[in-house]
Design a protein. Structure first.
Length: 137
């Protein structure tokens, strides 16, 4: 598992060197089979936010963070994870939200996906030296 994480880190850091490369140009060069039903380059998105979002503080305005649901998924699956902390900045778990394309997944399947991700993350945290194929799926 540690070797896999090192390879992922190396690949991600190498990819970041090209972060300013235009997305349209990447799609043109890769030339995937195009469909109006899904995004040509990204089907699953994992977003990880360190620290909870803090609403802006403006004079005379009371603001609070809200989860915005536009009624349509941009990608097949979007995992939004947020690292939480206590008032003394100690780690206090991770919260998450899954957005899914309703034409590809139903509520039960989405819940199964969340449970599998939770099992995987728990396994990785408890036993980082073990191999993924040792996980009882």
């Amino acid at each position: 598992m540690e070797q896999l994480l090192r390879r992922i880190r190396k690949t991600d850091l190498a990819a970041l060197e090209h972060h300013a490369y235009p997305f349209d140009k990447v799609i043109e060069l890769v030339n995937p089979t195009r469909s109006m039903s899904y995004n040509p380059g990204i089907q699953v998105l994992l977003a990880f936010q360190v620290g909870e979002l803090v609403p802006p503080r403006l004079p005379g305005v009371v603001a609070e963070a809200q989860q915005l649901d536009v009624g349509i998924a941009k990608f097949a699956l979007t995992f939004e994870l947020t690292e939480c902390s206590t008032e003394s900045s100690e780690p206090d778990g991770i919260t998450g939200h899954l957005e899914f394309a309703a034409d590809l997944f139903d509520q039960n399947m989405a819940e199964c996906i969340v449970q599998e991700l939770r099992s995987l993350l728990t396994f990785l945290v408890r036993e980082p030296a073990r191999q993924l194929d040792e996980l009882d799926w």
